[in-house]
Write a protein that binds this ligand. Structure first.
Ligand SMILES: C[S@@+](CC[C@H](N)C(=O)[O-])C[C@H]1O[C@@H](n2cnc3c(N)ncnc32)[C@H](O)[C@@H]1O
Length: 328
């Protein structure tokens, strides 16, 4: 089975994680396994890497390729459940100290190119865009999933109220024609359910001015990105996972996050900044009452981005931003 993905900033990720013999790691986003498999080579004979992915295909691919490897544990789950995943694998006393945890956010090339998944506006497919087909819990910020069903982009596009859809397009896509696009969606969905990426591209095409279609970035890019982020509750998952990751690290262990969207990077940056401070009281508070203690130190004072050589070789890496912290 082929599962295509060119790992982004592989050299830098491995350099900052610096895996060594018998150390334990977590790759929260296995994808095509670029990071996991590089780490695997370095942690022998007794180190473990726990590799998680919400996507069944990524998980299956990992199983076929490397399941016999005694240093690898594969889990098909959402990384927002990190602590529970660990508890299910190791009894409390035996939870290992982890030397590094890595997140490579967003979607893989294999998902984008999958004709059945609806991630790409270039391929006509059902409007799905779910990383994993897991039943949602009913937590904010989005929907109460129908019993036994997972959330899809079709559900968002056809069931969400106008304001919510417009907010998604504006906030997650920075789409300046959000209102026009949502107006058209509302009009069309009254006539019939919008079911495919092709139908959605057609609607967006009618909602944006002609000059918007001559830009370098395809006119449907922002809408598709925004809907994917909302469908998968991506920002919420990240907010939930970061504190759990920090908890699982041993002293001196590192968290590395590679993100591709400014809102993701902001969540990472703010969380790391807050956890690197001893006091998080409001700036005008006369004395500290929070009792907060710094739990980490920031290793990458400035974000790390791919080299121009990497961007030439793999243009999809161009928006990547990497941040690294170390537990103290
Ligand atoms: C950019 S790819 C990772 C690529 C990987 N680093 C490699 O070298 O091949 C992102 C992966 O994260 C997975 N993913 C996204 N959100 C997730 C979540 N909340 N929990 C688990 N996996 C997630 C996606 O399914 C996708 O396979």
């Amino acid at each position: 089975m082929e599962y295509r993905h060119t790992p982004v900033m592989l050299r830098e990720v491995i350099e900052y994680l610096d895996p060594g013999p018998n150390e334990n790691f977590i790759d929260c986003t296995l994808g095509g396994g670029g990071y996991t498999f590089e780490i695997l080579k370095k942690i022998k004979p007794n180190g473990k890497i726990l590799a998680i992915d919400l996507d069944k295909l990524a998980h299956e691919h990992g199983k076929i390729k490397y399941n016999k490897n005694k240093n690898l544990i594969l889990v098909n789950d959402n990384f927002k459940n990190l602590s529970k995943i660990i508890k299910d694998i190791w009894p409390k006393k035996e939870i290992p100290g982890f030397s590094g945890i890595v997140f490579d956010l967003g979607l893989s090339q294999a998902q984008l190119e999958d004709r059945k998944r609806g991630f790409s506006f270039k391929l006509d497919a059902p409007l799905d865009m779910a990383f994993g087909q897991q039943v949602l819990d009913n937590r904010p910020p989005f929907v109460k999933a129908t019993e036994g069903k997972y959330q899809t982009t079709e559900y968002l596009v056809n069931k969400f109220k106008r304001d919510k859809l417009e907010k998604i397009l504006r906030q997650y896509g920075e789409e300046r024609y959000a209102r026009n696009i949502v107006d058209k969606i509302i009009r069309e969905r009254k006539i019939k359910t919008i079911k495919t990426t092709g139908e959605l591209v057609e609607i967006i095409s009618k909602a944006v001015p002609p000059q918007y279609k001559n830009k370098k970035i395809h006119f449907a890019t922002r809408t598709f990105q925004a809907l994917r982020i909302a469908t998968n509750n991506e920002l919420y998952n990240l907010e939930e996972a970061l504190p759990q990751a920090l908890d699982l690290l041993k002293k001196g262990g590192r968290v590395v996050v590679v993100s591709y969207h400014s809102l993701e990077d902001r969540i990472v940056k703010n969380y790391f900044k807050k956890e690197s401070r001893d006091c998080v009281c409001p700036p005008l508070a006369p004395a500290c009452v929070c009792g907060h203690k710094a739990g980490l130190k920031i290793i990458t004072k400035k974000i790390i981005t791919p080299t121009s050589r990497e961007i030439d070789f793999n243009p999809k890496s161009r928006s990547a931003k990497m941040r690294v912290v170390e537990k103290i």
